[in-house]
Design a protein around this ligand. Structure first.
Ligand code: NI
Length: 287
């Protein structure tokens, strides 16, 4: 074998290594390396390629899959119109790892009746703030005018303020004019405190009938989990009641005017969060 052939063989080997190494290593495609290596039509192809990518993919695309280099030093995929979308889809897939479909979260509403006052209601607001939980307060008009600042805080912190009448009368025992006096006066007090009218109401004692429904045009919201907190005034019993009855779509009834209810709240929230409940308000419940 002649020396020339040996030298040619070594040269061929070196060139092959460079070419193979280059063509299989990651290549960054951007305006700069296009300007130095692409023909005019390939630059046009690149522009189209970039336009078809999702917006969040920047105009600098790192192509990690090995590919063959074509004329002008650009990957064939860029010159092949049919492949543009495939490239975009591939990039999107790379950004989003496969995840199992999410189960819709269980939802539950915390509702507090008969307030506000300036002690246990404040404690409840502090706890809700600490856990970033939104609740619904069914306030009495006669208490709103005593503590408008507390009602305003509820509003500012994203809670829903709903109507529980002015003075906690049984609406089913009232004539239409009296019903309106009870509900509308409370709505006005809420508006005075927050600048917003309530959209929901809870009739005192849950007492509602066809004539109340017909007269009061707000959305009635009752409850399906009664902690009986007003009756036993026992924080542990309130928690146990929630633990025994919590369910998706649950509306928990508590009373923010009782100290024991405020004292139960932290454990109630911790339990529901641990059970992966999402807290919603009465308004979200209705929509
Ligand atoms: Ni009540």
């Amino acid at each position: 074998m002649s020396r020339k052939l040996v030298v040619l063989g070594i040269l061929f080997g070196l060139v092959s290594m460079i070419v193979v190494g280059w063509s299989t290593s990651p290549l960054t495609i951007n305006a700069e390396n296009l300007a130095s290596s692409a023909t005019y039509s390939e630059q046009q192809g690149y522009q189209q390629f970039v336009k078809q990518l999702p917006q969040r993919v920047s105009d600098e695309v790192t192509w990690k899959t090995p590919f063959y280099m074509g004329n002008g030093g650009l990957p064939r995929v860029i010159r092949d119109c049919g492949a543009y979308i495939t490239v975009g889809e591939l990039l999107v897939q790379q950004e989003k790892p496969e995840m199992p479909p999410l189960e819709p979260r269980k939802q539950i509403a915390l509702t507090f009746d008969d307030g506000p006052n300036n002690k246990s209601t404040i404690q409840i607001l502090d706890i809700l703030q600490k856990y970033d939980v939104k609740a619904t307060f069914f306030v009495l008009g006669q208490n709103v005018v005593k503590h408008p600042d507390v009602v305003n805080r509820m509003y500012i912190e994203g809670h829903e303020i709903a109507n529980h009448s002015w003075g906690h009368k049984n609406l089913t025992k009232l004539n239409p004019a009296q019903m309106h006096a009870e509900i509308d006066r409370a709505s006005e007090a809420i508006f005075e405190a927050t600048g917003h009218y309530p959209t929901s109401y809870r009739p005192p004692y849950g007492a509602i009938d066809a004539s109340v429904r017909q007269e009061i045009r707000l959305t009635p919201v009752l409850w399906n989990i009664d902690t009986m907190d007003w009756y036993h005034k026992d924080s542990l019993k309130t928690l146990e009641n929630v633990q025994a009855n919590a369910k998706d779509g649950g509306i928990i009834l508590m009373h923010d005017i009782h100290q024991q209810s405020a004292d139960a709240l932290e454990a109630v929230i911790q339990y529901l969060q641990q059970e992966d409940y999402e807290f919603i308000t009465a308004d979200e419940l209705n929509n």
